[in-house]
Design a protein around this ligand. Structure first.
Ligand code: ATP
Ligand code: MG
Length: 140
């Protein structure tokens, strides 16, 4: 297995409830290393670009509204097989379907307010990381 990087967002429902540290503890316990991290307020343009793949979906407006409603914490996570590993650690998109011990099972409020984002492929991880981090902000 190769060392990979994935992109993570701790979403507004989680920062609102002061859960950044609790989520980071789950991430680190799973063996993912947080090699970059910053708390930002996403702009509407950033959120629309980030979720452009969902622009035709009925929930797109609500999604952009939510992602810009409060601060988020953007992160780069590193591990063997980081992309798939973090998807497993996050759990299913809908918390009702998420496995025990996953971030979404532990913390998510709903399908929309689901506490975390993780890239769905290595290629998308590289694209998403570049949207929020300069190379010299990532220290592995
Ligand atoms: P993410 O991309 O945020 O990591 P995901 O890959 O599990 O989540 P996607 O299908 O990419 O899920 O959807 C992106 C996000 O859009 C979801 O995390 C969720 O916040 C929101 N979303 C997806 N489907 C719905 C829906 N039916 N209703 C409301 N929000 C939704
Ligand atoms: Mg996705």
């Amino acid at each position: 297995m190769a060392i990979e990087r994935t992109f993570s967002i701790i979403k507004p429902d989680a920062t609102n409830r002061n859960l950044t540290g609790a989520i980071n503890a789950v991430i680190e316990a799973a063996g993912l290393r947080i090699v970059a991290q910053k708390r930002i307020r996403m702009t509407k343009a950033q959120a629309e670009t980030f979720y452009a793949v969902h622009s035709a979906r009925p929930f797109f407006g609500e999604l952009v509204e939510f992602m810009t409603s409060a601060p988020v914490v953007v992160q780069v996570l590193e591990a063997d097989n980081a992309v798939a590993k973090y998807r497993e650690v996050m759990g299913a998109t809908n918390p009702a379907n998420a496995a025990e011990g996953t971030i979404r099972k532990l913390f998510a409020l709903s399908m929309g307010e689901n506490s975390a984002h993780g890239s769905d492929s290595v290629d998308n991880a590289a694209i998403e990381i570049a949207q929020f981090f300069a190379g010299n902000e990532i220290v592995g």
